[in-house]
Design a binder for this molecule. Structure first.
Ligand code: MN
Length: 720
């Protein structure tokens, strides 16, 4: 049984300067609060945190990890509070303890193997400190070692399956192979006791023979290395049972057919000796080409380094050999944790981001990896997740980009759910639709039939799907609106000409007219009328060709529009500087009231028969518009294009004032289109200029220059 002194000895052995006081205090506290609790094994509960802490100290982790290991169950299982932990042991220990507690609360149910990868990522994402994961793994190791004390068979199986699906792969990804192997073997034993027993029996059956074989190979390798003047350590051992089982299952082999169940390891002094040793081995025994892997030249993403080769050894048996240095062996044993031990002068209160500095370094130096994509995939995604993992109400995991909202989640479930979403509950509480989802959240969407998406959602959704679905809806909406506006306009116009538009709409003649205008459907024609690209009168003329240009001045069509209708040549797109989202050639005009400039936020207003008028978003006239006729527009101007804007300049009167102003304005690339100055009382001059500028930035530059002119007191943009 592990005692606290074993743990402290282990820590001091690794780092004589370690501050073991915190570990001592954590032990005393843990012993006090767990007092009287008993494990299923009948032992005092305290044995569990002690074992966990010992594993962590053995992995050469810092005192914070070890103390947190001793305290990892106190929040969940005792009356101890987070405040107490913070006060007594500091925020780092608390962070680790509450991290482990949080992970412990997740339950993955059963039959979720297909979600295993998401769950693994989620665990890594939730543990924003790698130490949380290491403590959780140590906890799981000890729980697996004592799993036999569980009475319920189903519980044992469930825990084993979860270990096999989730925790063993995490240990493997972090490069802690001893943990991976142990977790796999114990899970295998509980999940497939017959298979496990069979392999165990077979391995021990001809144990003597095998052990002799191992001895022979060991001696031969040592002899060969000595001959070459290489100092080394050689070990031969059985592969772990689960990997033997996997090999049998995957390749459909019998136990007798598996030769390389023994693996040898050679530890040398330097990297070059490793390659040298490999050369001698390949000279001694014939290598199987495809089985050679150089993880020294190409380390695994988790930093694992080694040469792997399989050769035809004595008696024609295939043997697997790993060759590496002492240092590489240390990394292979504790993986990522090897980099997380004591470092000289390491401060306890280091920022979490700094704790990951070494990973950052690796990312920056990724050219040293032959497959940077794979590397980034493994390290960055896992430890700096830019994804969040949330649950549906029935426990399914969904992966979303960081910053995603309930609306993104709703669209991910189904487009219908997205568009009819009126609210969301996260962990059973109502949240705003723009709430930022957190990993581990349980999300439930409240929907209402016939509810529609809102344009505002575009301001906060993060996923492509949500964005494009919302846009699509708005576009359809816009079109529907212009169709009905177009229809209304036609009805009016047709009535004037004593025609029944509703009736004609269904006639074959109308179909012909639609085609003549070059549209695919009546709706397209109506929409185009609604947008002001085609006038109702032009349509009337198709039905009453005689009655030409009779009634109103509406015949004065822009020439580009006429040429389009007669179909002689494609009209040039009118140059307007603004684009209606989703539509290419709509007639655009600017509101004279507010004179928008590129850079201003703008909005469009569908007029009756004159296309779209563009206003500044905050323009009083725009605010008064019927919201049904409002349409999204965006700037789409060419660099050289200029736009009119009015400015007001106040100054004291003096000789040469106007000349100075004009010189400054033109020096800054703006044209004066109109100017008007008046002298007021108090010797002040009020000047109004209309300038042609490129955009708001340009205007700001001009105004700044004007303000520097002598005696100018004020210069600003004004509305007309
Ligand atoms: Mn525990």
């Amino acid at each position: 049984m592990i005692r606290i002194n074993d743990i402290i000895d282990r820590i001091v052995e690794n780092n004589p300067d370690a501050d073991v006081d915190i570990v001592d205090r954590a032990y005393i506290f843990s012993a006090r609060v767990h007092h009287g609790q008993v494990r299923l094994s009948g032992e005092p509960y305290l044995t569990h945190p002690l074992e966990v802490a010992y594993i962590l100290s053995d992995m050469n982790l810092d005192v914070v990890s070890v103390a947190a290991g001793l305290l990892h169950d106190v929040i969940e299982d005792t009356h101890a509070t987070e405040d107490e932990i913070r006060e007594m042991f500091g925020k780092d220990v608390l962070h680790c303890v509450s991290g482990v507690t949080k992970l412990g609360k997740l339950s993955f149910g059963s039959a979720q193997a297909r979600q295993a990868e998401s769950i693994r990522k989620m665990l890594l994402a939730m543990a924003d400190d790698i130490r949380v994961i290491l403590i959780k793994l140590a906890d799981r190791i000890h729980n697996m070692r004592t799993l036999g004390f569980h009475k319920k068979e189903s519980k044992k199986r469930q825990i084993s399956q979860e270990t096999l699906d989730i925790y063993a792969p995490i240990a493997s990804r972090l490069g802690i192979y001893w943990m991976k192997k142990e977790l796999e073997d114990i899970s295998f034993m509980h999940l497939m006791p017959d298979r496990y027993a069979e392999i165990e029996r077979r391995v021990s059956q001809d144990r003597v023979e095998r052990e002799n074989y191992i001895e022979t190979v060991n001696d031969k390798i040592r002899e060969e290395m000595e001959k070459a003047g290489l100092k080394c350590e050689v070990m031969g051992r059985y592969k772990h049972f689960y990997s033997i089982y996997q090999k049998m299952a995957k390749q459909n082999l019998n136990f007798e057919d598996i030769y390389d169940i023994i693996a040898f390891r050679i530890i040398l002094g330097t990297k070059y000796q490793c390659y040298e040793a490999l050369g001698h081995l390949h000279d001694l025994w014939k290598p199987i080409d495809i089985k050679f892997k150089d993880y020294i030249g190409r380390p695994k993403p988790n930093m694992y380094q080694s040469l792997h080769t399989t050769v035809i050894g004595p008696k024609g048996q295939r043997i697997e050999i790993q060759i590496r240095t002492q240092e590489m062996d240390k990394v292979a044993k504790s993986g990522i944790a090897a980099h997380w031990g004591y470092k000289e002068d390491r401060r306890m209160d280091e920022d979490i981001t700094q704790r990951f500095a070494w990973i950052q370094n690796l990312i920056e130096n990724q050219e040293s990896f032959n497959d940077p994509d794979e590397f980034l995939e493994n390290v960055r995604i896992d430890l700096f997740p830019d994804e969040v993992y949330v649950f549906t109400p029935n426990g399914e995991i969904k992966t979303l980009p960081k910053g995603a909202t309930p609306v993104d989640f709703a669209y991910m479930i189904h487009t219908e759910v997205g568009s009819q979403c009126i609210g969301a509950k996260v962990n059973r509480r109502m949240v705003p639709l723009k709430y930022e989802l957190q990993t581990g959240d349980v999300v439930e969407i409240v929907t209402q039939q016939n509810h529609n998406p809102s344009k505002d959602w575009l301001g906060f959704v993060r996923t492509v799907k949500a964005r494009s679905r919302i846009r699509q809806w708005i576009k359809t909406q816009d079109k529907n609106r212009s169709v009905s506006i177009g229809r209304e306009m036609c009805e009016k116009r047709f009535r004037k000409h004593k025609l029944n538009f509703a009736e004609l709409l269904r006639s074959d003649e109308m179909a012909g007219v639609v085609e003549q205008f070059g549209f695919k459907s009546v709706d397209d024609l109506l929409a185009s009328i609604g947008y002001g690209k085609v006038t109702p009168l032009q349509v009337v003329r198709k039905f009453q060709p005689r009655e030409e240009e009779a009634s109103e001045g509406e015949a004065a069509q822009p020439s580009w529009l006429m040429s389009r209708i007669t179909g002689r040549k494609r009209p040039r797109k009118p140059k307007t500087g603004v684009k209606v989202k989703g539509h290419d050639d709509i007639l655009i005009r600017f509101g004279r009231c507010c004179q928008p400039l590129p850079g201003d936020r703008i909005t469009g207003y569908i007029t009756r028969g004159h296309g779209v008028t563009v206003h500044q978003a905050g323009c009083v006239n725009a605010l008064k518009m019927n919201p049904d006729r409002q349409i999204d527009v965006e700037w789409h101007h060419e660099k050289a294009e200029t736009f009119p804007v009015k400015i007001l300049i106040l100054s004291h009167d003096r000789v040469g004032l106007l000349a100075d102003l004009a010189a400054n304005i033109s020096k800054n690339g703006a044209n004066i289109m109109a100017a008007n100055s008046e002298t007021r009382g108090n010797n002040t001059v009020e000047s109004r200029f209309t300038l042609a500028v490129r955009d708001t930035q340009h205007l700001d530059k001009v105004l700044a220059a004007i303000r520097k002119v002598k005696t100018i007191t004020e210069a600003r943009r004004i509305k007309t």
